[in-house]
Ligand binder design. Structure first.
Ligand code: GDP
Ligand code: MN
Length: 412
């Protein structure tokens, strides 16, 4: 009964999201043309950034863009055009410190700490500027990277997919040869480009794919890719997500993580070496192994509850780790019960049971919710005895169904 939903909703494979300005720096380092900009954390820094950009690019108009981990910033008032330095100062002052609410944030919005001051690239010229959509991602059903692109850039790609799906194209990449030039030419052609713009798009796409694979990213979303009125192709926006598992070979990317953008409990759990993902439900889970964690979340659903978190304590479920896990789970005020579901393979169940009992005792009366423990595997019977004789408010279960019934009983 493994439920795919959880695999997506719980974001179990971990990724590091970047700010637009950081993503653009990575793109640029691989030769992808970008809308140039400088980041600023105050109105006066913004003015200096604008002056510097004007000196480098010659344009005196700038866009001021809120740097938060959420899209749809334009709609929420987080992207604004400034036509002189006074406007740069005023607008930057308004956006920095604001709580930006966009279709992709929660109702409370996200606090803006920094803005990107970028050159205006929508200047009028011999032709109209044109906005495209382009992303690079893994197609999980074919196991290949693909470039997804559309003539309908600058807006919600979900809306395009719904209303005009025939305007979204895919180009799959054969991993043994990488992206080939004819594929980049096909993309440029499907986007309706010819002449100089076509050539520029081919270069853009080739560089973009190189950047994606060399940076070990798991998602690039460039919306819009712009054709300027003088036929340059450049990235105006950049959503870049790096695969966490690759960070060991990109030591310099580690500093790009902005913990202010992440869930504070998840950050704390990460520091303790626990694999924790916060969810909306009412039953806390403590499990060893990601597969068992997902099965356990399904079990909770079946019992009429909703998982409050995904938590994998890993191979060593000793008292210290169990206690750390208890403390993390209990930070979530919605937790009404905790289900511990551990398979004792290499780590014996009786040792885990002892860990649970010791951690529980150590925490005094900090634990105010019922706990249901299911230990299965080596020495499971001894473990059950240990739990049952501990005198603590912990119920033990042997079978999955038994555990589900007990969860149901404490919730009702
Ligand atoms: P998002 O709303 O979070 O996706 O942020 P984007 O970076 O995509 O910017 C939103 C919109 O701002 C774009 O679709 C453009 O229409 C507009 N925009 C971005 N850069 C410029 C610029 O240089 N000049 C002008 N006039 N508009 C821009
Ligand atoms: Mn965008």
């Amino acid at each position: 009964m493994l439920n795919d939903d959880y695999i997506c909703n719980a974001k179990i494979d971990l990724h590091m999201n970047l700010h637009e300005y950081q993503g653009k720096e990575i793109l640029s380092s691989f030769g992808v043309r970008i809308q140039r900009g400088l980041v600023a954390s105050s109105a006066s820094e913004a003015v200096n950034a604008a002056k510097q950009l004007t000196a480098e690019t010659g344009t005196s108009w700038h866009v001021i863009k809120a740097q938060v981990h959420a899209g749809g910033r334009g709609k929420g008032g987080g992207v604004k055009l400034a036509k002189n330095l006074n406007e740069v100062e005023t607008i930057a002052g308004q956006i920095i410190g604001m709580n930006l609410i966009t279709p992709q944030t929660s109702a409370e919005g996200k606090k803006v700490h920094q803005v990107l001051i970028a050159e205006d690239v929508y200047y009028p010229g011999e032709s109209e500027p044109d906005e495209f959509y382009m992303s690079v991602l893994l197609n999980r059903s074919t196991g290949r990277n693909m470039i997804m692109y559309s003539t309908e850039g600058g807006m919600d790609i979900e809306a395009v997919a719904e209303k005009t799906p025939h305007l979204i194209f895919n180009e799959e990449v054969d991993p043994s040869v990488g992206l080939l030039p004819f594929q980049a030419r096909r993309i440029a052609f499907n986007l309706g480009l010819s002449g100089q713009a076509h050539k520029e798009m081919v270069k853009f796409v080739m560089a973009l794919y190189t950047a994606y694979s060399k940076s070990d990213s798991s998602l690039f979303e460039i919306n819009p890719v712009l054709k300027t009125s003088d036929n340059k192709i450049l990235a105006v926006d950049a959503k870049v997500t790096i695969d966490d598992n690759s960070l060991f070979r990109h030591k310099d990317y580690k500093d790009l993580r902005d913990l202010r953008e992440e869930n504070p409990i998840e950050v704390e759990a990460g520091a303790l070496g626990l694999n924790y993902v916060d969810l909306d439900g009412n039953v806390g889970c403590m499990v060893n192994g990601a597969g068992l964690a997902m099965a356990t979340m399904d079990l909770i659903k079946q019992a009429g509850g909703e998982p409050a978190n995904f938590l994998d304590v890993g191979g060593t479920a000793d008292a210290a780790r169990v206690e750390a896990a208890f403390r993390i789970i209990l930070k979530d005020p919605n937790v009404k019960a905790i289900l511990i579901n551990i398979f004792g393979g290499i780590v014996r169940c009786d040792r885990v049971a002892q860990g649970i009992v010791d951690a529980y005792k150590n925490m005094g009366d900090a634990i105010k919710v019922p706990i249901i423990v299911r230990l299965q595997g080596t020495n499971a019977d001894i473990a059950k005895e240990l739990i049952d004789n501990s005198g603590l408010d912990v119920q033990s279960a042997v079978l999955f169904q038994e555990a589900a019934d007990k969860v149901q009983a404490v919730l009702s």
